[in-house]
Design a protein around this ligand. Structure first.
Ligand SMILES: *[C@@H]1O[C@H](CO)[C@@H](O)[C@H](O)[C@H]1NC(C)=O
Ligand SMILES: *[C@@H]1O[C@H](CO)[C@@H](O)[C@H](O)[C@H]1NC(C)=O
Ligand SMILES: *[C@@H]1O[C@H](CO)[C@@H](O)[C@H](O)[C@H]1NC(C)=O
Length: 282
């Protein structure tokens, strides 16, 4: 057997130098170590902290984290400062926690975030521009927040990449769709299991249900909860009825009013024509 060649002094020096440099200046992914209770994959940049009975957002997360899973804990809030350091975050699962509030500043810097799960929390309302900075957001799961009764019409209006939005099983009685209609990429919308109140405030939503062509929408689960005469009917079925009910036909006095207005405009026009010199421009 041939003896292994002795490593030259030169290559040993290089090896020591390499180890020294690695020890002094590790990659950013390694600098912060891994938060207590979490498992970190430094290669894939995944931090997994699910089901650790955490009551607070984990400290000292590696800055290069791309995927963060903090589901199945009891975390009460998402601190904007700590969260927004993670500017490379693509995937964030916060489902099944105790989040009560999120705001515009919560996700202020997460421009690469594509997947966000806020299901099974205790959110009460979603305000204007809450998801505004999330320009890359493709999928947003916002289901099973039993007290969530209000979503602002402009909550999602800047999420131009949004394809899948699920707001099933919350406490929504109405949803202003003016922001949703304009989303160019939206192709799936979950609305089931909410106590929809089928009145004039939901008229637009109900009519839209009929027009959702490309968008997958399981109509069977989307039913009116109130008023009693519409309870149990599908949103898509009551749209035309609401349109008729919410825009009453013209009554006798309405016709008289329009005739009077018409007469006033006609007279004004006639007077104007008579008083302005011929050839003058009106
Ligand atoms: C939520 O997390 C708790 C604690 O880990 C777990 O027992 C429960 O099954 C989870 N619920 C859901 C809906 O995932
Ligand atoms: C849902 O909203 C109704 C009012 O619309 C309220 O009375 C009820 O308490 C809410 N449910 C939950 C679980 O917060
Ligand atoms: C829905 O929101 C838009 C924009 O915020 C507003 O102009 C409109 O009146 C709202 N519609 C209803 C039915 O509240």
């Amino acid at each position: 057997m041939r003896p292994l060649p002795e490593p030259s002094a030169q290559s040993l020096r290089l090896l020591f130098l390499f180890i020294f440099v690695m020890g002094v200046a590790p990659s950013p992914a390694l600098t912060a170590g891994c938060p207590h209770g979490c498992v970190c994959d430094d290669q894939l940049l995944v931090v997994q902290c699910a089901g650790q009975e955490l009551t607070r957002f984990p400290n000292d997360l590696p800055l290069a984290t791309r995927q963060l899973i903090i589901s199945n804990n009891r975390i009460g809030d998402l601190p904007p400062l700590q969260l927004n350091y993670l500017s490379d975050l693509v995937y964030l699962d916060c489902s099944n926690n105790s989040l009560t509030e999120i705001s515009e500043s919560t996700f202020g810097n997460l421009r690469k975030l594509a997947y966000l799960d806020l299901s099974f929390n205790t959110l009460l309302q979603i305000e204007d521009r809450t998801f505004g900075p999330l320009a890359s957001l493709v999928m947003l799961r916002l289901t099973d927040n039993p007290g969530l009764g209000e979503i602002h019409s402009d909550a999602f209006s800047e999420n131009v990449a949004l394809q899948v939005l699920d707001v099933s099983r919350n406490n929504l009685t109405t949803l202003n769709i003016s922001g949703l209609i304009a989303l160019p990429a939206l192709r799936s919308l979950g609305l089931s299991g909410n106590p929809w109140k089928c009145d004039c405030d939901t008229e637009d939503l109900c009519l839209w249900m009929n027009k959702l062509e490309g968008i997958t929408a399981d109509q069977s689960q989307k039913i009116c909860y109130s008023p009693p005469e519409l309870a149990g009917q599908r949103l898509s079925e009551v749209g035309m009825q609401l349109r008729a009910d919410c825009h009453h036909g013209l009554g006798y006095w309405d016709y008289l009013f329009f005739i009077a207005i018409g007469f006033v405009i006609f007279s004004a026009g006639t007077v104007l024509r008579l008083t302005v010199a011929p050839g003058a421009e009106i």
